[in-house]
Write a protein that binds this ligand. Sequence first.
Ligand code: SME
Length: 154
Amino acid sequence: MEKKHIYEQLLPQMAALIEGETEEMSVLANVAALLKDRFGWFWTGFYLVRDGELRVGPFQGPVACMHIARGRGVCGSAWQQRQTIVVDDVERFPGHIACSSLSRSEIVVPIFRGNGDVAGVIDVDSTELSTFDDTDAEGLQQVAQLIAKTLYQQ
Ligand code: SME
């Protein structure tokens, strides 16, 4: 199935799954599982802002680094720049944090609280080069908005 159609099907399913839920870890765990299940990506999950750094949250995939400083790696950069970052080849991204040598491309999307602060980021890794494009950026930004609406309005 075309990627755009997977997102079109996924978003209402995800909304039905998490709407009205308030337990952050439960919501994020199920979203990570749904993304892994639908797309089969190598690593799907979250880093959350805690005490001025990013800490790994719920994820599906291999063991990941626990702490990321603001501005470091793809995740820390997306947090600092407050924008989605698509990396076609992680070896060409200065400061990329290699949690697994199998990871070749990556997308990171910030999740915003109602007051504009970044609550955390969605991080997805692929074992192929150039996996992620504008369709993924748009689709995962919609996922981030849905999570924000569910968990981070206040
Ligand atoms: N590669 C990320 C670190 C997290 S892992 O990919 C799960 C980065 O550079 O921020």
